[in-house]
Design a protein around this ligand. Structure first.
Ligand code: ADP
Ligand code: ADP
Length: 240
């Protein structure tokens, strides 16, 4: 057993006009390398906040996040920058999360340019084409604007962008919930394919039990910020 991600008594509180809101309230979980932890629970139970806090998109209130056994709270700026590249997020709504004024090339290339991974335009172009092929997006769309493409293709752009920095861990936040049912299976299959090919570790957030059963090795059930049940997928859904 080799956990890539662990949380220890993780807490994330929000200050609200009605007092402190315990959005993530003492969560202990671990995700082994190459595995998927499904996170389920009703709307508002803290799933997104948990994912964002682990990725350090939100500052935590208390507790620890361990990456490959190391407490990332102690990281300096440079180490944190590199760490951020290893952890990515795929969002529910590819319509909202992709900039409509940017082309497919610009969206996928942006992390590569910002992080100064490649020197020349040609190298970046090759990398973008490779990523498009990896997620099954035809080359002819490279200069299309994201809003010109359908939901499934947009989600492929989001996945290609998330893969651009060769991450190890990806938080998938309801990645198929906004898609037509006919497209959902394609995107789920793509995510499972990529996991196998690239050895990715996933936290898969969803409210859809059929989806989570299909994709998860282990499942955590949240209720008002707390983990009320955690079990291997097979046990949680065992036949009587
Ligand atoms: P879920 O993803 O399970 O729907 P969220 O993590 O989005 O739940 O939200 C958990 C709780 O935290 C909700 O009550 C939500 O309203 C609250 N919340 C989320 N983000 C913020 C914020 N930035 N400020 C205040 N409250 C927030
Ligand atoms: P999700 O559950 O997918 O995060 P929401 O609509 O609950 O979607 O939240 C959208 C954004 O608004 C998130 O960044 C979340 O942190 C923030 N948010 C959610 N609830 C609140 C709240 N009560 N106050 C402030 N921000 C919030």
């Amino acid at each position: 057993r080799k956990p890539l991600i662990e949380t220890v008594n993780l807490k994330k509180y929000f200050n609200t006009p009605f007092g402190l809101l315990h959005a993530v309230d003492d969560i202990n979980l671990s995700i082994d390398k190459g595995k998927t932890l499904g996170v389920v629970g009703e709307s508002g139970c803290g799933k997104s906040t948990l994912g964002r806090t682990i990725l350090r998109l939100l500052p935590l209130t208390d507790g620890q996040v361990l990456f490959d056994g190391e407490n990332i709270l102690g990281y300096d700026k440079e180490k944190m920058r590199l760490m951020r590249q290893k952890m990515q997020m795929i969002f529910q709504d590819p319509y909202a999360s992709l900039n409509p004024r940017k082309t497919v090339f610009q969206i996928i290339a942006e992390p590569l340019i910002v992080n100064r991974i490649y020197g020349s335009r040609n190298e970046i172009n090759d990398r973008v084409l490779f990523l498009m092929e990896t997620v099954g997006l035809a080359e002819r769309f490279i200069n299309s604007y994201s809003h010109e493409l359908d939901g499934g293709r947009r989600q492929r752009i989001g996945i290609a962008r998330a893969l651009s920095m060769s991450p190890q861990f990806i938080v998938c936040d309801e990645p198929v919930s906004a898609l037509d049912v006919s497209i959902q299976a394609q995107i789920l299959n793509l995510l499972m394919d990529l996991q196998e090919r690239l050895g990715l570790t996933y936290m898969f957030i969803t409210h859809d039990l059929a989806v989570v059963k299909h994709i998860s090795d282990e499942i955590a059930v949240l209720y008002v910020g707390q983990c009320v049940e955690k079990a291997p997928s097979k046990e949680l859904f065992r036949n009587p």
